[in-house]
Design a protein around this ligand. Sequence first.
Ligand code: PAF
Length: 286
Amino acid sequence: MKIIRSIKAMQAYSTSLRRKGRTIAVVPTMGCLHEGHLTLVDTAKKHADSVIVTIFVNPTQFGPKEDFSKYPRPLRRDMSLCRKRGADAVFTPSAEEMYGTGATTTWVEELRLSQGLCGKSRPIHFRGVTTVVAKLFNATLPDVAVFGKKDYQQAKIIQRMTRNLNFPVRIVLQETVREKDGLALSSRNSYLSQDEKDAALSIRRSLLSAKSAILKGEKSTARIRKSIVNGITSAGGRIDYVEIVGADSLEPLRKISGKTLIAVATFFGKTRLIDNIEIQNRFEKD
Ligand code: PAF
């Protein structure tokens, strides 16, 4: 497995793969890899001949009070996991390599899908994500890029950005990978104490019971929202948001109709966790 640190070397490697007729899939990550990321690698292998994993803790997507400096960076372990999972290369640039030494004055910003959900409490987050993903596409020159649906809003924004900017990259989305007990895998789970982890299971429980209520015909988003908020707060979670939105528009719904997404962001202790559930409503004509 190749380990590449400079953009020039990355572009040269991808160009050489292309000359050999190989297709390329990229899996962008911030490292601290878990089974969720490694499943993205498996998916990437199904869609292209060569797989590049990028590991870069992107400073521009963290707010001033967020966990950029304490974000875990077990790089050697991550590289060995990538090697074992069959990645062809890891691209792990420094912040200076990606952004230069001065402040960035060029941004890639999606202005519609980024407004709600996590965009409200993390106002600069998605601008940082779209900017770095555009940069990573320019560095790795992929045919395919794979993202997880746990970060559903992020995935939709990246799909939109890719289309809007005509990147010749096919975006593949992968289902959320969970612990056996239902907790969505996240690098931030490592911040949780055992008690907080147990309490955080209320997220998945509440989302599943909301889904089952909707599939039985419940249409009131206010009632659904209330029961999710109760389920999570009674377990000790603090709500950032619970939103019921159209799965493609990400616009809030007053009544359930069409393909729906319920997305939540909660704090357990100091740790912010997100999760979501997609629901294909079968009661369209009621
Ligand atoms: O999902 C992530 O880990 C990051 O937001 C991404 C897409 C790698 C951009 O830094």
